[in-house]
Design a binder for this molecule. Structure first.
Ligand code: ADP
Ligand code: MG
Length: 265
């Protein structure tokens, strides 16, 4: 059965989508069967992995998978043994559908289950098809995020070294605890990944140290720095990118740390 991992924090620009994409890629390179799910209506991860505009997935996304209760009909193959459940702007209508039964195109598809467990229950259809399921989340504690948390055993908290990200952490931790209480997967925080570090800036160093003092056992040793090839990944993608290796090299150590934590509880 797949291990399911959510990458999250309710703040934008912390490297969630980039990290979820690179982590999925490294799992795939390692020979694992991977399903990557985009739960952010911005569709950034969808565009990174499919190399297509997210509008191409209107009617064929994770939203319809949830509304029609059918994962397999909505999978987009990234490559062999790696699938994507894509997203587009219409995923923002997910809460409206849950609470009114109205879909974005005006259909009536009443929903009567538990609003936070829709994704979790849906994924039961395919958990045995994959080794890992990776979920990217939006920069808010919305229904998309609570569904992702309740569907996951593991959560990586993304920490971009700034005060506003620091102040977002307590509420995110509470949401993980709530998913643990409310859901059935034993959701827990597996670690905190420090990202987007500018090695020339002393403020980043200060926030790195602050978070390590607060959560000494949880921070990953690996700290992800800002690198131009990672910034350009959204432009060149994974399939034909001559600078891919130099861009994602620093993620190899995070990958090893994370797999170790997942496999050793
Ligand atoms: N390590 C990095 N070095 C340089 N640019 C990065 C790095 N990580 C992410 N980026 C860029 O920073 C922006 C925000 O990253 P993203 O993954 O979209 O964050 P989030 O999903 O948390 O909003 C994107 O333009 C992305 O390409
Ligand atoms: Mg994102």
């Amino acid at each position: 059965m797949a291990a399911t991992i959510t990458f999250g924090i309710q703040k934008g620009g912390c490297g969630k989508s980039t990290t979820a994409g690179i982590f999925s890629y490294l799992l795939h390179q390692d020979g694992f069967r991977v399903l990557t799910i985009d739960m952010d209506s911005q569709g950034n991860l969808t565009e990174l992995l499919s190399e297509k505009p997210s509008n191409e997935f209107i009617g064929a996304s994770v939203l319809e998978a949830m509304q029609q209760n059918d994962v397999r009909a909505h999978l987009h193959p990234v490559t062999e043994k790696w699938d994507l459940l894509p997203a587009n702007n219409f995923l923002a209508t997910f809460p409206r559908w849950i609470y009114t039964g109205k879909t974005y195109n005006g259909d009536n598809v009443p929903f009567s289950g538990n609003p936070s467990l829709i994704l979790d229950e849906l994924l039961n259809q395919v958990r045995d098809d994959y080794d890992y399921i990776i979920i990217d989340t939006p920069p808010s504690l919305s229904e998309q995020t609570t569904n992702a948390l309740c569907a996951s055993e593991h959560v990586v908290v993304m920490f971009e070294c700034s005060n506003w990200c620091y102040s977002a952490i307590p509420n995110f931790m509470s949401s993980i605890d709530a998913a643990n209480d409310f859901g059935s997967r034993g959701t827990k925080m597996t670690g905190i990944l420090r990202t987007m570090n500018d090695v020339r800036r002393s403020d980043a160093k200060a926030f790195n140290e602050l978070i390590a003092e607060d959560y000494p056992d949880d921070v990953f040793k690996t700290i992800i720095t800002r690198k131009a090839p990672i910034g350009r990944l959204s432009l060149y993608g994974f399939s034909e990118n001559s600078e891919l290796k130099s861009g994602i090299d620093q993620y190899q150590n995070f990958y090893k740390e994370m797999i170790h934590r997942v496999q050793n509880g």
